[in-house]
Write a protein that binds this ligand. Structure first.
Ligand SMILES: NC(=O)c1ccc[n+]([C@@H]2O[C@H](COP(=O)([O-])OP(=O)(O)OC[C@H]3O[C@@H](n4cnc5c(N)ncnc54)[C@H](O)[C@@H]3O)[C@@H](O)[C@H]2O)c1
Length: 417
């Protein structure tokens, strides 16, 4: 049987950049995904993942990379890395269905000596208590003896031009020291720095700490912004001043809410696990309350800015993605902001160069193309996302009234969050 160095399971925002890095490092790589249209698109050289270009994919295909939905390929792997989604159930609980299903597929094809890595974000214990039993019972092999099991959290930051996979240190937690050693040997060929955690649970928890740290600190500056407005203090100036401290302070920026599939989701993995252990993470719950309240706060501010309130007002939303210059609206706070505006009777349009269709309550909003004309026409413009195309001078000049939730624009008709 011919061997494939690496099989990446799940070819999304995390898996595809990993596969690209492996191809660059000369590792024979195959991608496995259950999404057949995605598989066809990748094999045709089209990448739906922002940051992985058509040229990248052409290079990958030239090195022998192929995507497939046939899990038989797992039988040829020396290393399998699982990068499937870990979202939430409708009840807001961890949804590990994709992880379980990927682990079952791997188990059915597992051979002695294979390194199996979980990269999907999850609560501590997932690798040992969820993935390990599935792999062992499905294969008849023993983790740490017959095959190697590792957890290595993904730290990808879509749109980050400075830090990518290669120059972001990679944390590796092995089930045993030997497992960790195999993990280090694999990732050492792909990234500049590997960091060995004490075990899988420490590696899992480190990822939740990183994202919960962001979640809590964003809540702190959001609440600071709300309070500063009440005190007539310019929170953006406060932040700029505080950020000059060269030690002991890490700057975070307020905004209309948090978005994406990590920062709003990962703290719930932590609190859900804590709950099961009879522990209450009171700080996380408080932070969630603040962050979840921001879209409604933006709507209240907007309502107060307009002499006749939002009812019947023409409102233009600028930037509906969850991150600047990234074409992704998953969990974007713009959705909740738009809902809160619509509830108050505002007539909404949006501008976003990255998003063709943006729905609120299943109704698509009108998308504007001519930004200066739309700014001049709207009773109120709300800058929600910091896309590069939003030049401060243009917004200050053309908008009749602007609510800037990103603290960028100065001017007579501008109100800051
Ligand atoms: N996107 C990020 O910025 C980011 C950063 C750090 C960590 N993470 C974590 O990485 C994991 C993956 O996230 P993502 O953003 O790449 O998700 P994604 O939705 O972009 O991609 C996941 C892919 O997995 C595929 N998939 C689902 N179930 C599968 C299965 N059983 N077998 C094979 N393929 C399957 C899907 O079809 C999809 O293509 C999540 O746990 C996420 O929390 C994401």
């Amino acid at each position: 049987m011919t061997t494939t160095g690496l099989v990446v399971v799940g070819l999304g925002y995390v898996g595809l950049p990993l596969a690209r890095q492996a191809c660059r490092a000369g590792v024979p790589t195959t991608g496995l995904d259950i999404d057949e249209p995605l598989v066809s698109s990748l094999n045709a050289g089209r990448s739906p993942v922002h940051g992985v270009t058509g040229d990248d994919l052409a290079h990958m295909l030239a090195t022998g990379f192929r995507a497939t939905s046939d899990d038989a390929v797992l039988a040829t792997a020396e290393t399998v890395v699982i990068c499937v989604p870990t979202g939430l159930t409708p009840q807001g609980k961890p949804d590990l269905r994709a992880v379980r299903s990927a682990a079952r597929a791997v188990a059915g094809r597992l051979r002695p000596g294979t390194l199996v890595v979980l990269e999907s974000t999850s609560f501590p214990g997932t690798t040992e208590e969820v993935v390990r039993p599935i792999l062992e019972s499905g294969s008849g092999l023993v983790a740490g003896e017959d095959f190697h099991l590792v957890y290595s959290p993904e730290r990808i930051d879509p749109g980050n031009a400075r830090y990518g996979i290669a120059n972001t240190p990679k944390v590796i937690g092995g089930l045993t020291p030997l497992c960790a050693k195999h993990g280090v040997a694999f990732y050492g060929g792909l990234v500049d720095t590997v960091v060995v955690a004490r075990g899988t649970r420490e590696a899992e928890m480190s990822k939740l700490l990183e994202n919960t740290y962001r979640f809590v600190n964003i809540a702190l500056v959001n609440e600071m912004a709300v309070f500063c407005d009440r005190m007539n203090i310019d929170v953006w100036d406060v932040l700029d001043c505080a950020a000059t401290k060269p030690f002991g302070f890490a700057p975070f920026r307020p905004g209309p809410g948090i978005g994406g599939h990590c920062i709003p989701v990962d703290p719930l993995y932590l609190t859900s696990k804590a709950q099961r252990e009879g522990f209450s993470f009171s700080l996380v719950s408080a932070a969630r309350q603040v962050n979840d309240g921001m879209p409604e706060y933006v709507a209240r501010r907007a309502d107060a800015i307009l002499a006749d309130g939002l009812n019947g007002a023409e409102v233009l939303l600028l930037g509906v993605t969850y991150k600047p210059d990234v074409p992704d609206v998953r969990e974007s706070p713009a959705i909740a902001v738009a809902e809160a505006f619509a509830e108050r009777g505002a007539r909404l349009r949006y501008h976003d160069p990255y998003i063709d269709r943006f729905e609120v309550d299943s109704v698509a909003l009108d998308r504007v193309e001519d930004l200066p004309a739309a700014l001049a026409a709207a009773d109120l413009t709300v800058l929600l996302q910091d896309h590069e195309c939003y030049e401060s001078a243009l917004l200050a000049r053309e908008a009749r009234c602007l609510l800037d939730t990103r603290g960028r624009v100065a001017g007579h008709h501008v109100r800051l969050l």
